[in-house]
Design a binder for this molecule. Structure first.
Ligand code: NAP
Ligand code: GCO
Length: 283
């Protein structure tokens, strides 16, 4: 690798991706490992951690995985202590774990609102707070948050998710403001609509075999006229985790096939016959 490309390498770095048994988190971790990072991940169920370990092993990646709920500060602090003792200081944290509940706001129960806010916004606070002291001591660190189109736009039924992802954009800016002086960069990835288990309900074929209306809608709003694939986001994740982005801080980088730049076209104009079934990993 030429000297310049070394800037994108993560040799010897410890990368913790939360909720990375599958989906986008798994894709980020796979990319980090391919450029030299040691992978650490957590999930809320042992069964998923085991499945994740199996999946990493199949890719030739020796990951460290453990059960840890990002909303439980005691579990997170213990997880970080364990990793620091067994593997070393966490150099890169990706606050990837997240859920969504698609319920009209007036029908949303408080417990559902709280669940989304706790995982998608408080979780990144808890995990970032746990890794920052060692990053400060080391004099370097990277925190990457999982923002979203909903960090900028609203839509029906996702009030809690949009509030959390909007808040996460500002938490990103605040970590940058407070810890940039210690050579710690906190940025966010803002994916568009990506084919993962989280968006599977929005792409499911209708009973008559026709396209899901939301599938047609998103393609009409995306210049690329396709859903993103997890591999589309791997390059940006490596860039934001590497020294190549050391002077970028507090930014949300949108990677959305052009959605945020395009007013969209009439969904009925789309020729559905040319769309392949979106490939997505099965968990
Ligand atoms: P996903 O397929 O639903 O995966 C989310 C992961 O987070 C799962 O492994 C899940 O584990 C884990 N998780 C949930 N709650 C957790 C908790 N309390 N503690 C630890 N892990 C937890 O989601 P995805 O599509 O890969 O998205 C990953 C992130 O990117 C999310 O933050 C999402 O909001 C964001 N994002 C996704 C898209 C998209 O189009 N897919 C676009 C923009 C942003 P369980 O299976 O046990 O719940
Ligand atoms: C939804 C989707 C989106 C995506 C993503 C878009 O219901 O609108 O789930 O929220 O997950 O966040 O960037």
């Amino acid at each position: 690798m030429t000297d310049f490309l070394q800037k994108f390498a993560l040799n010897g770095k410890v990368a913790w991706v939360t909720g990375a048994s599958y989906g986008l988190g798994f894709a980020y971790a796979e990319a980090f490992a391919s450029v030299g990072a040691k992978i650490v991940f957590n999930d809320i169920k042992q069964e998923l951690v085991d499945r994740g370990l199996e999946a990493y092993k199949k890719k030739g990646i020796e990951a460290y995985g453990a059960v840890c709920d990002v909303t439980n500060e005691e579990q997170v602090q213990a997880f970080v202590k364990d990793v620091e003792e067994k593997i070393g200081t966490i150099d890169i944290l990706v606050n990837n774990a997240g859920i969504i509940k698609r319920i009209p706001m007036v029908e949303m129960e408080l417990k559902d609102w709280n669940a989304v806010i706790n995982i998608d916004l408080t979780g990144p606070f808890i995990c970032s707070k746990a890794v920052l002291p060692s990053m400060i001591k080391k004099g370097s660190g990277k925190i990457i948050n999982a923002c979203s189109m909903m960090s900028e736009f609203g839509r029906e039924t996702v009030s809690a998710y949009a509030a959390a992802k909007g808040g996460l954009k500002m938490l990103t800016r605040n970590i940058c403001s407070e810890y940039g002086q210690y050579n710690i960069q906190c940025n966010a990835i803002g994916p568009g609509y990506i084919a993962t288990p989280q968006t599977a309900p929005l792409r499911a074929k209708q009973e008559d075999g026709s396209m899901h209306p939301f599938d047609r809608f998103i393609r009409s709003k995306t210049p690329a006229q396709r859903w993103g694939r997890t591999e589309d986001l791997q390059g940006l994740a490596v860039f934001l985790a590497s020294e190549a982005s050391d002077f970028i801080n507090g930014q949300v980088v949108y990677i959305d096939g052009g959605i945020s730049a395009y007013i969209g076209q009439d969904p009925s104009n789309l020729d559905a016959s040319k769309f392949q079934e979106e490939e997505e990993e099965q968990i």
